[in-house]
Design a protein around this ligand. Structure first.
Ligand SMILES: Cc1cc2nc3c(=O)[nH]c(=O)nc-3n(C[C@H](O)[C@H](O)[C@H](O)COP(=O)(O)OP(=O)(O)OC[C@H]3O[C@@H](n4cnc5c(N)ncnc54)[C@H](O)[C@@H]3O)c2cc1C
Length: 555
């Protein structure tokens, strides 16, 4: 924790130095001692400390200063640090100042200069005040703070990115009446408050509407590769990519894993995975991702927060271009880019995405749905899990299902859980046909396909989980894909007994190999894959043995 501050202010330089020296001698190891030569200078320091979220424990202020008196300074400073203890210094007994000080600035003590010897005249007083302050003061949050508006898509993206990357942050909603948030907002300049969200780093640096790449850089995530060449590069950090990374690195391959959002992939968004071997009471996707990342790092995997945008092949080398302009090369490339949510095509949905409408379970929004009605579209396991998760916060969760049953799309254990949860309601034969709202979602129109009626209901939160599609356009000219973009591998590439066009090796493509030797594909993005965590993990691990076979011939 950053040391709390003792701030002393005096316009007499010699006195200022003396008091700073005395404070440092006794309190320097537990507190940060700061000094200022005038009220305005001290106010600057106070504002900066407030923005950084550094606590001030005590003000030790001279009363008679030109321009701004000690009491005038304190009256402003305590608005920002109301819990700080206040000691006023004067050169002689000044009853008027003392009364003003008590009335206007709630002074705790009134100290006459000189205070020598400090052991008798200064320390006992300050000890007592600091003891009181410490006993009452709650520990401060010291990480990244995000100041924004609940309905802003950019705020949502930042919170989601930090949460999924396990970077602790504090969310400050500008719309709340919280006095801490209000006083922080007053310290920002007008341009900043018009350019929310702002990310405030612990060192006081403010990032206005940062891109995720910028945020990653400042949040301490690795965005640039340390090596120019790797034995194995993995694109995608879902279960399949993470498993490949753990197996690859543990078997001695120099391995880099590139993930554009957060390790864990879709599984990272799951509120409870109950069918993964070895976890009888289930585990959250975030937990699985965190454990896998620790394991991968332990084996020396380099994890980059970046997006792969292009692949280039040059002899035995595969070059990977990243969105930040960097390029790295490898011998074996493994594509584990999974799938992304399919978009709901209805008026208003695109405009309000991030402002009440979210794709996936958007766990970071769960707290803000407390006491509200939440709508979830979808009938697969992911939608069921999301409904169970939100039912803990929301007043009511309404699942909107296109078909007339969940039996064919959802696991029976989950159907049973949904039915046994009183605040979950399932509406079959329904589709959302419009989303309404100015700057955030206010209502949705639901079409019942049996009665053909459209009903408009108030809604602030809509979570869409209606199937997924691969995002493999960037690989279109490199690997063979089916009409929906899923990548072919192994025996799928041999047609009428013929190997894929351009294939020059005297062997067939390996089981998880694409039509380009040395480029492998695993997990949900693979044509014909079983879309489950365990199968992705299985494929990721198995692929490493094919990578070894390939490398044994290349190098
Ligand atoms: C809410 C939810 C709940 C689920 N619950 C279960 C469950 O209980 N049990 C179960 O077995 N399965 C469950 N699933 C399915 C399971 O999560 C997926 O099958 C699994 O995550 C697929 O893993 P993957 O590694 O192939 O891909 P993904 O998990 O999709 O990961 C792919 C990763 O690649 C990244 N990426 C994509 N393109 C790029 C690029 N160009 N550059 C860098 N990175 C890129 C993405 O950001 C993503 O993180 C659930 C899915 C969801 C969404």
């Amino acid at each position: 924790m950053a040391k709390p501050v003792l701030l002393t202010v005096d316009d007499d330089r010699e006195v200022l130095r003396a008091i700073e020296r005395d404070l440092r001698r006794k309190y320097g190891s537990d507190y940060r001692i700061l000094r200022a030569g005038s009220g305005p200078e001290a106010l600057e320091i106070v504002r900066e400390l407030k923005i950084r979220n550094n606590p001030i424990a005590l003000f030790l202020i001279d009363q008679r200063m030109p321009g701004m008196s000690g009491v005038e300074f304190l009256a402003q400073a305590i608005e920002l640090f109301p819990d700080a203890k206040r000691v006023l210094l004067t050169a002689y007994a000044d009853t008027e100042a003392a009364i003003a000080a008590i009335n206007e600035a709630g002074i705790n003590h009134y100290l006459l200069k000189p205070w020598d010897p400090p052991e008798e005249n200064l320390y006992p007083i300050l000890d007592e005040l600091l003891e009181d302050w410490e006993a009452a003061f709650p520990p401060q949050f010291e990480g990244i703070r995000v100041l924004g508006n609940r309905w802003s898509p950019a705020s949502h993206n930042i919170k989601d990115f930090l949460a999924r990357n396990h970077v602790p942050y504090q969310w400050l909603d500008i719309e709340t009446a919280d006095s801490e948030v209000r006083s922080l907002v007053e310290l920002l300049d007008e341009e900043e408050t018009h350019n929310l969200p702002i990310v405030i780093l612990p060192n006081g640096v403010r990032l206005r509407q940062p891109s995720l790449a910028d945020l990653a850089e400042h949040a301490g995530l690795k965005t640039r590769a340390t090596e120019a060449f790797y034995d194995l590069a993995i694109v995608g950090g879902g279960p399949a990519g993470l498993a490949a990374a753990v197996y690859g690195a543990s078997e001695g391959l120099r391995t880099v894993m590139i993930e554009r959002e957060a390790p864990g992939g879709q599984a990272g968004m799951s509120s409870r995975i109950e069918n993964y071997l070895g976890f009888p009471s289930g585990l959250t996707g975030a937990d699985l991702a965190r454990r896998a990342v620790v394991q991968a790092r332990r084996f020396g995997v380099e994890i980059l927060s970046a997006e792969a945008t292009e692949v280039r092949i040059d002899g035995p080398y595969r070059f990977l271009k990243l969105a930040n302009g960097e390029e790295l090369s490898c011998h074996a490339l493994l594509v584990a880019t999974g799938v992304q949510w399919r978009k709901l095509d209805a008026p208003g949905v695109e405009r309000l995405t991030g402002a009440g409408i979210y794709y996936g379970a958007a766990m970071t929004e769960a707290m803000s749905t407390r006491g509200e009605d939440v709508y979830v579209i979808g009938g697969a396991n992911s939608a069921g899990q999301a409904a169970m998760h939100f039912s803990r916060y929301a007043q009511r969760v309404v699942m909107l299902v296109r078909g007339d049953s969940l039996a064919s799309s959802m696991s029976q254990y989950l159907i049973n859980q949904l039915k046994a949860t009183p605040n979950i309601q399932i509406e079959y034969n329904t589709r959302v046909v419009e989303a309404h709202g100015e700057d955030h979602l206010e209502a949705i129109s639901i079409h019942c396909t049996v009665t053909d009626e459209i009903t408009k209901v108030p809604a602030n939160s809509l979570f869409i989980m209606i199937g997924a599609a691969p995002n493999t356009e960037w690989l279109a000219n490199i690997v063979e894909r089916d009409e929906r973009g899923f990548i072919y591998s192994g025996p799928q590439l041999t047609r009428d007994g013929k190997r894929p066009a351009g294939w020059k090796l005297d062997r067939d493509p390996g089981l998880l190999e694409t039509n380009v030797p040395g480029i492998f594909v695993v997990g949900d993005v693979r044509h014909g894959s079983v879309k489950r965590v365990a199968s992705g993990v299985g494929e990721g691990s198995v692929a490493i043995s094919f990578v070894h076979q390939y490398l044994s011939k290349v190098v």
